[in-house]
Design a binder for this molecule. Structure first.
Ligand code: WTA
Length: 709
């Protein structure tokens, strides 16, 4: 991406992100403990050889062979229609069979899922593989016979973190129905937009769920979602409502006659029913997962059955080091890709025990995660830097009080600061566990960069090298390779296709090509994969030892506590407030959540502001969800703009973060900057809301923020 020129009087000249030098201290290496190596799935260094570039794409046979195929494939990778890659062509399989049926024979009484409700006085629920088989079959029968769903149809799930969610996903997979699970924290409106985009006529939700001690009303969002979908042209004819407490309705909204049904009233009709898993082509879609990007509309990332499942199974085996006898807890939400790949599909495909926790990690106190780990014997733990930062802040010595032992821990979703990494290693992991810092995206299906836990040393703050079969490269704006050890940042790309890569953006193949491949494509006519590097939209640098350090998004995405929020989504929500003329969203460095959102608003001429700040915050909650609620909303007399009328987000981002606003002589209205700065900063100072001094890396990010397009 490009940022506004820093050169006075030259708006047209642009300085590329790739040219910004990033300096940091090299961190000390940590080596995996011998005890871990002794049992690791990947302990033989020859594995790197097996996945070397000259073995591509056949190397991925090793992942595909972890699955049970109804029909073996004949072509590993078909590149005839780039960049719409087809993996394992000719193969047929069923994802539900692979995650459920095949384990029923070998380990029927092993726990597949362990559900931990948020209230500690509610019983933990163990779902064995045999029980999972029963539930998936009955649910599939209900979806097929009661909802009339069949292979290729889409269904939207707006489910919280309860075991019914993975059961539903697997029931869909059994039929070939494409599930689109929307994060439960998202608003009804956001869900409705996704229903419309995916053309689902069935919405599946729950009446309520526990969060921070409260039983939230969730069904209310279903009514809003259906309404919004209708406005966008999609009718929903059935809303299936699970009840958090069977037989007891926890929502205030009425059930709509003829549309809404309680699942616990319908399901008895399907008791004991078995549904044959539908044998589907490897390239048939398994699910859609929406994600934010540069433009307003969320992108429906479409993932395949064969390639995706092979990739998450392989990476779960070698990078999560999952064995069937492990107890694995990934504390992400299944409403995000991490949960799809590394709570549900990867772990269950390997036949392990996967923990599903309903609520907030610090409820009712910061010892909660460690009590869960102790009680269930969790030995693999997976979470995000935001959670680690929060747990460190509120309970820095809690882990010591509990007798649990992790062999392996993961961090994902945001860059992790080296000192947070060290707390995770020393205090949470008690110095006994390996850590993998896994970098990847919704679009990717599974990990892209990480150390191999038994073979490669860890470096705090670095994701490590490309994972097996992934060959990354950093390009500058001109497509020149940024060499390792140069200290320069650039755009990290992946030179090759891999089985987990998404197939397209649902309903928008042009946008798929444009967003991810156009930038570094060498020849649009070429059917050689080497001409089609995948552009990740992340900035990175590569150390002399080859490890990548991910700097964060180079597009207009703000990563709040691991949630990807598009500035355009935030801004278009804000302008729905009648008084608002223009809106700009910027990130502010936040001690706990990584980044928080601040909104800058200018009003329509002649209007007087009454409570506009709250109206803007509210509309963002309604349109997107509470996660996106801005930390501050600032009303400004005018936005700082270039002479061609573009809002200079980096200037206001600098103000919010108390960093240098950079050169403003090219602005059409430079005088407004000081006015905004003194207002915003004096209010923040008065509130004690001044961010700590930014690290060099954070300051670079803020300086580069806000693409001028
Ligand atoms: C960021 C989550 C630094 C990155 C799996 C990416 C990371 C975005 C890391 C994708 C990491 C993810 N270190 N940054 N280990 N992992 N990111 O789609 O900016 O929700 O582009 O997928 O999170 O977020 P998404």
């Amino acid at each position: 991406m490009t940022t506004e020129s820093q050169v006075p009087g030259a708006d047209e000249l642009q300085v590329s992100e790739a040219q910004i030098a990033v300096h940091w201290k090299e961190e000390q290496l940590y080596y995996p403990p011998p005890k871990f190596i002794g049992q690791a799935n990947a302990a033989d260094p020859a594995i790197r050889e097996r996945f070397s570039e000259d073995k591509f794409p056949e190397c991925f046979k090793e992942y595909a062979d972890l699955l049970t195929w109804d029909q073996y494939w004949h072509t590993t990778l078909d590149t005839s229609n780039p960049p719409f890659w087809r993996w394992f062509v000719g193969g047929k399989l069923n994802a539900s069979y692979n995650c459920v049926d095949r384990h029923v024979r070998t380990r029927p009484n092993q726990a597949a899922l362990v559900f931990v409700p948020e209230p500690e006085d509610q019983e933990t629920v163990v779902v064995t593989y045999r029980e999972l088989y029963r539930r998936v079959n009955e649910t599939a029968a209900m979806l097929r016979d009661f909802c009339g769903l069949k292979a290729g149809d889409r269904v939207t799930l707006h489910m919280p973190m309860v075991p019914e969610l993975p059961v539903l996903m697997l029931a869909c997979a059994r039929l070939g129905v494409i599930h689109s699970q929307v994060f439960a924290g998202f608003s009804g409106a956001a869900c409705g937009g996704r229903i419309a985009d995916s053309q689902s006529r069935v919405l599946i939700t729950m009446d309520g769920y526990y969060r921070n001690g409260d039983l939230l009303d969730h069904k209310v969002k279903a009514d809003e979602a259906v309404e919004r979908a209708k406005q966008e042209g999609q009718e929903v004819d059935k809303v299936l409502v699970y009840r958090r407490h069977s037989g007891q309705y926890s929502s205030k909204t009425p059930m709509v006659q003829g549309r809404d049904v309680f699942v616990d009233e319908v399901m008895p009709d399907y008791r004991g029913k078995l549904v044959d898993p539908v044998s589907l082509p490897a390239e048939a879609p398994l699910f859609i997962m929406y994600s934010s990007g540069t433009t307003g509309r969320p992108k429906g990332c479409q993932h395949s059955i064969g390639g995706y499942l092979a990739y998450v199974t392989g990476t779960s085996k070698y990078y999560q080091d999952i064995h069937p006898e492990d107890t694995y807890w990934c504390a992400a939400d299944i409403g995000w890709i991490t949960g799809h790949s590394y709570i549900v599909y990867g772990p269950l495909s390997l036949g392990t025990t996967s923990v599903v926790y309903e609520g907030v990690p610090t409820y009712p106190d910061p010892g909660r995660p460690w009590r869960i780990a102790e009680r269930l014997g969790v030995n693999i733990f997976h979470t995000a830097p935001t959670t680690i930062r929060m747990l460190r802040k509120v309970g820095p010595t809690e882990p010591k009080k509990y007798d649990y032992h992790f062999k392996h821990m993961t961090t994902v979703g945001e860059p992790i600061e080296p000192d947070v990494w060290r707390w995770y290693y020393e205090v949470v992991g008690k110095g006994e566990a390996v850590i993998v810092d896994t970098w990847w995206q919704t679009e990717n299906g599974g990990f892209l960069c990480s150390t191999l836990p038994g073979l490669e040393p860890m470096k705090p703050g670095s994701a490590g090298p490309g994972v097996l079969g992934i060959y990354p490269v950093i390009y500058d704006e001109n497509g020149e390779e940024v060499p390792k050890g140069s200290g320069r940042a650039g755009n990290i790309c992946i030179r090759n296709p891999w089985p987990g890569i998404f197939q397209t953006i649902w309903g928008d193949p042009d946008r798929f090509v444009k967003t991810y491949y156009e930038k570094y494509n060498k020849d649009p006519k070429s059917t050689d994969w080497r001409d089609w590097p995948y552009f990740s939209n992340d900035g990175a640098t590569q150390a002399p030892d080859g490890y990548y350090r991910i700097l964060g998004r180079v597009d207009d995405v703000i990563n709040v506590a691991g949630h990807r929020l598009g500035t355009k989504e935030l801004e278009s929500a804000s302008v729905l407030v009648e008084e608002v003329a223009e809106a700009a969203a910027v990130p502010v460095v936040d001690e706990l959540r990584g980044r928080a959102v601040e909104m800058y608003i200018s009003l329509k001429p002649g209007v007087t502001a009454t409570n506009v700040e709250e109206k803007v915050a509210k509309v963002i909650e309604t349109e997107i969800g509470k996660v996106a609620r801005p930390k501050n909303v600032w009303i400004v007399p005018d936005m700082p703009k270039t002479r061609s009328g573009k809002i200079m987000r980096r200037v206001i981002a600098g103000i919010s973060n108390f960093t240098d606003v950079g050169d403003i002589t090219t602005l059409a209205n430079p005088e407004v900057v000081e006015e905004i700065r003194s207002h915003v900063q004096s209010v923040k100072e008065a509130r004690g809301d001044v961010p700590k001094t930014l690290t060099e890396k954070e300051a670079e990010e803020i300086k580069a923020f806000g693409q001028v397009d």
